[in-house]
Design a protein around this ligand. Structure first.
Ligand code: HEC
Length: 151
């Protein structure tokens, strides 16, 4: 049983990575994979559901561990909530660490306004980048991180 569980966990991690890379790629090809993925996730989901820590806790992704311990990590929230758009520049999102794109915005509006816009949302940018648990301070830290201003 223990061996069975660890095999399942291993497959879950592999599947998580696959699902993540599919999300990141955002390609049309991903759609044809959806059924296969759903099919493969099904029996595994009964053992260890995404979004829940596994019984042994071994396979919980880092972001879930941070959430469980209540610690805020700009890097983890960025990966979870912001990278989808800001890693690729989707819909005109300024790219992660793109100094020119960010310094242009910050110079034009001021850092405070840029942070405020990330909280309220602006054009295709959803309010708080859909990080509903993020506080205003968290958002400030995220904007510092995403724009490459973090020390
Ligand atoms: C659904 C895609 C999407 C997600 C998710 C997203 N953003 Fe954005 N973001 C955008 C787009 C598009 C813009 C450009 C908006 C514009 O200026 O028209 C933007 C702009 C911004 C800006 C600049 C605002 C300004 O006034 O110039 C900040 C700061 C920002 N995002 C932070 C974040 C943070 C932090 C997260 C994660 C918590 C996040 N975004 C998640 C799409 C997204």
């Amino acid at each position: 049983m223990a061996v069975f569980n660890s095999v399942i966990r291993f497959r879950f991690v592999k599947l998580s990575l696959l699902v993540l890379s599919v999300l990141f790629a955002g390609s049309l090809a991903a759609q044809s994979l959806d059924q296969q993925i759903a099919e493969r996730l099904k029996p595994i989901g009964e053992v260890c559901l995404a979004g829940q820590a596994c019984a042994s806790g071994g396979a919980a992704p880092a972001a879930q561990v941070a959430a469980a311990t209540g610690e805020f990590s700009a890097e983890q929230v960025y990966t979870q909530n912001c990278a989808m758009c800001h890693a690729t520049g989707m819909a005109g999102a300024p790219k992660f660490g793109d100094a020119d794109a960010w310094s242009g915005r910050i110079a034009a509006k001021g850092f405070e306004t840029v942070v405020k816009n990330s909280i309220t949302g602006i054009n295709a940018m959803p309010a708080k980048g859909m990080c509903m648990t993020c506080t205003d301070e968290n958002m400030t830290a995220l904007v510092e991180y995403i724009s490459g201003q973090a020390q």
